[in-house]
Ligand binder design. Structure first.
Ligand SMILES: [Mn+2]
Length: 289
């Protein structure tokens, strides 16, 4: 009863802004200036499409940057996997563009097939090799997926393919392992995250990548850079340049967002959910008391 009343109350305040036209159930209170997401890997079992849909529903924005590896063309070539939720993500992105959000798609290495369409647009989604975003406080951010830097840091493409396969296998093992852990009442533990930290830390891959990307942004005269590719959300200054990585929607479920004052922030879906559950529990407890 009480909950229904509260829900109505929220809607009333929202209705104050005249034509609400909210067929998506998007809340205007959590509207952001910009959202940057990458490494969604639609077409793989690891893709967290439902969580991403919830996140997008909860956060309307004026700008939306798809920073590469949105669709996993490599995985689809090996095995076709395309559940309804993956369609829903694509439709959500198209609807957003239709509703006036400025949507830019920067293809990554896994959806490099889209690099053949640079300069074109699909239903209002602009395809670009890279682009520059100007924040509300006047900073310029260079936006690139980041795989171009593999050549600088790593080596040939066959190694990337191999690494990709190994990563998928690890994710598979991760699922089995955690199902087993679940049986024994043990909490979730990420094997792939653990291995990645171990292996990549040892190779200094992550640091090399971050430094290389930041250096290129500086060379191009920008205040910062937004990239993805290494599945590791981060925001820090490297040699005077703001390095932002928006993470991924396979494991970490993170996005980089820009608030209306130009403030940038890495949002983690898990943290948002935990905060929401906590506040809901608080409301429920208050009602009981
Ligand atoms: Mn990538």
């Amino acid at each position: 009863m009480r909950t229904n009343f509260d829900a109505l109350g929220t809607e009333w305040t929202g209705a104050g802004s005249a034509a609400h036209g909210d067929d998506d159930g998007e809340s205007d209170t959590s509207r952001l200036r910009s959202i940057f997401i990458s490494d969604v890997h639609l077409g793989t079992a690891g893709c967290q499409a439902e969580a991403l849909l919830d996140f997008l529903k909860d956060h309307p924005s004026n700008y939306l940057y798809l920073v590469g590896d949105i669709v996993d063309g490599w995985a689809l070539r090996r095995r076709w996997f395309w559940p309804q939720a993956h369609n829903d993500v694509v439709q959500k992105l198209l609807r957003r563009a239709r509703k006036g959000c400025h949507v830019v798609f920067i293809p990554g290495n896994h959806d490099s097939f889209a690099r053949g369409f640079i300069g074109h647009q699909f239903g209002g989604i602009h395809v670009a090799r890279d682009t520059v975003h100007k924040t509300a406080d006047g900073r310029t951010l260079w936006i690139t997926h980041g795989d171009y830097f593999d050549a600088v840091i790593q080596c040939a493409k066959w190694l990337a393919y191999l690494g990709d396969y190994a990563y998928e296998m690890t994710l598979k093992w991760n699922r089995y392992l955690n199902r087993l852990r679940g049986h024994f009442g043990l909490p979730y533990w990420s094997l792939s995250q653990y291995l990645k930290h171990k292996v990549k830390k040892a190779l200094n891959y992550v640091t090399d990548f971050e430094v290389a990307v930041a250096a290129e942004a500086r060379k191009r005269g920008h205040d910062g850079v937004v990239c993805g590719h290494i599945h590791r959300a981060e925001m820090r200054t490297i040699n005077g340049v703001l390095y932002c990585n928006d993470g991924d929607w396979v494991e970490s479920r993170t996005a980089l967002v820009e608030h209306f004052d130009g403030r940038l922030e890495v949002l983690s879906w898990d943290t948002l959910i935990a905060a929401r559950t906590a506040s809901e529990t608080k409301v429920a407890l208050a009602q009981v008391a």
